[in-house]
Design a protein around this ligand. Structure first.
Ligand SMILES: Nc1nc2c(ncn2[C@@H]2O[C@H](COP(=O)(O)OP(=O)(O)OP(=O)(O)O)[C@@H](O)[C@H]2O)c(=O)[nH]1
Length: 192
């Protein structure tokens, strides 16, 4: 199974440099990669569309980069999910794990839980839910590619596609979160 770290957003609330914000003696994205790596066969990074301001810095991580096609770029996190799914499909994978670049404390058994839930229920999308929803800590079957393509195409005129809106149209299942802190995300600069 491949894990895709979603790092293709603008990161406006963090001044555009979200993945490389210092965190726990490291950076946010390094922490996410550290958490995800032992759980998957390989980690890929979604760097948004070619020419994203951070693409050079992201390429220095030494992991395969997945770029968004101009046709579905900058429509929100699902732009990156579609790019990852197409790359996974090209690699003959049946599914893809995603994690956002701003969740440095992901659970060590996140992927195991997602895979077990998919095996048990056959859901095309599995994600976590606790006090909040964590739709990007998820497993996506490549079967959702056609629907996601159409949804992104349709959302172009609206400037973006809401993850929640898309999930409402799909066969999803949620896993209950017991440790909410593991899904803490960092969106603002630490000014302390
Ligand atoms: N490829 C791609 N990824 C995105 C896009 N928007 C957000 N993401 C990624 O999706 C995840 C959640 O993003 P958000 O926190 O909603 O947005 P952000 O760009 O990181 O931050 P803000 O600009 O401050 O909202 C992050 O890992 C982002 O890198 C997009 O338009 N394209």
């Amino acid at each position: 199974m491949i894990g895709l770290v979603l790092a293709g957003g603008a990161g406006v609330r963090m001044g555009g440099n979200k993945p490389f914000q210092p965190h726990g003696g490291s950076t946010l994205i390094d922490r996410v990669i550290e958490r995800l790596s032992p759980q998957v066969d390989g980690v890929w990074i979604n760097a948004g569309a070619a020419g994203h301001p951070l693409s050079d810095a992201l390429s220095e991580l030494g992991l395969p980069l997945v770029y968004d096609d101009a046709d579905w770029a900058a429509l929100g996190p699902l732009s990156g999910v579609l790019s990852g799914l197409l790359a996974a499909q090209a690699a003959n994978a049946e599914a893809l794990i995603t994690a956002p670049c701003d969740m440095p404390n992901l659970p060590p058994d996140m992927v195991a839980q997602l895979v077990a839930a998919r095996r048990k229920t056959g859901a095309e999308i599995v994600h976590f839910r606790g006090e909040r929803d964590y739709p990007l800590c998820a497993l996506w079957s490549v079967e959702v590619v056609p629907a996601l393509r159409i949804a992104l195409q349709t959302a172009k005129s609206q400037g973006g596609l809401s993850v929640f809106r898309f999930l409402q149209t799909q066969k999803t299942m949620t896993i209950s979160v017991t440790d909410e802190l593991a899904f803490l995300n960092v969106n603002y600069l630490d000014k302390s």
